[in-house]
Design a protein around this ligand. Structure first.
Ligand code: UDP
Length: 318
């Protein structure tokens, strides 16, 4: 009998973590999801509990992590990740990026597991180079409100590289750009849940600033495919995974109004401090090193996502 590969996903009850757990189970692995449920939600993984290859550990990874048995992979996705979440939880965000990454790397070293860090386009800050390539070092305000997230992830990247160089741990770093899909939290403050729930409820869409700032939105299934290709690859330096299709937030609001057929109006609100003016990944490296590029067009991804939000809002209304 061949032994199955075994993976630990920290933040496994979160938006991206839960999709990763599901995909790894579908690929035939044993999966342990670990989460302290601060921003994660058991509802995201409830449907996995019937699978004999799935386990859930309720644990805060900033404390010593004990996992019995072998581990082949550790995917470190634990962290508050929306601007509203990390503004409300700045210390937990710094702790999970620093102490949590240290604990998860220590576990990888101990188990001889390959480690993949969920990093972020926020390491580029409010970028002065466009689109962002992996060799751009970024433009981050360490003492601004986003500093707790940006610097925690920059520290986490440095820590992963130190474990790779000093201890020989196999590490991979994915820099995740704006991602969307089912299981985003309704009230995490991010632009997609905000606009979708406003449009479906007939409320004004709250566009921050003049809506001229840009983002590039990647559907979660595309992201997960890119992450798993990176995990299996030999690429030891960071790789951007995101969708290079860039649009203004105003255009994004219009796309959601069109999709939902909502009669909601746009309401302009002040731009948050240090809100990046533009963001688009250069995915040349993902293309050449992983043979990856996103496949799901925005209209299709939004169509799938709106079904989830309709069901969520319907359940709330009952
Ligand atoms: N945004 C907005 N209205 C909202 C929420 C967000 O206009 O209700 C804008 C926000 O200012 C930013 C963009 O949408 O320019 C993306 O914000 P999000 O919080 O989703 O993530 P970010 O890319 O800033 O990390």
């Amino acid at each position: 009998m061949t032994t199955l590969e075994r993976a630990l996903v920290t933040g496994g009850a979160g938006f991206i973590g839960s999709h990763l757990c599901e995909r790894l189970l579908n690929d035939g692995l044993e999966v342990i999801a670990m989460d302290n449920l601060l921003t994660g939600d058991l509802a995201n993984i409830e449907h996995l509990f019937g699978n004999a290859r799935f386990k859930f550990f309720h644990h805060d990874v900033t404390n010593y992590i004990h996992v019995p048995g072998r581990l082949d992979f550790i995917l470190h996705f634990a962290s508050p990740a929306s601007p509203r979440d990390y503004l409300e939880l700045p210390i937990q965000t710094l702790k999970v990026g620093s102490l949590g990454t240290h604990k998860a790397l220590g576990l990888a070293h101990e188990k001889g597991a390959r480690f993949l860090l969920a990093s972020t386009s926020e390491v580029y800050g409010d970028p002065q180079v466009h689109p962002q390539r992996e060799d751009y070092w970024g433009h981050v305000n360490p003492v601004g409100p986003r500093g707790c997230y940006d610097e925690a992830k920059r520290f986490a990247e440095a820590m992963a590289m130190a474990y790779q160089r000093h201890h020989g741990v196999e590490t991979r770093i994915v820099r995740i750009f704006n991602t969307y899909g089912p299981r985003m939290r309704l009230n995490d403050g991010r632009v997609l849940p905000a606009f979708m729930s406003q449009a479906l409820r007939g409320e004004d869409l709250t566009v921050f600033g003049d809506g001229g700032q840009t983002r590039s939105f990647c559907y979660v299934d595309d992201l997960v495919e890119g992450i798993l290709r990176l995990l299996r690859s030999d690429e030891r330096l960071p790789v951007n995974i995101g969708n290079p299709h860039e649009m203004t937030i105003r255009q994004f609001a219009d796309a959601i109004l069109e999709l939902t057929g909502s009669g909601s109006k746009i309401r302009f609100e002040p731009l948050p401090v240090d809100d990046p003016k533009q963001r688009r990944p250069d995915i040349g490296k993902a293309r050449s090193a992983l043979g990856w590029e996103p496949k799901i067009p925005l209209q299709e991804g939004l169509r799938r996502t709106v079904e989830y939000f309709k069901a969520k809002l319907g359940a709330l209304a009952r």
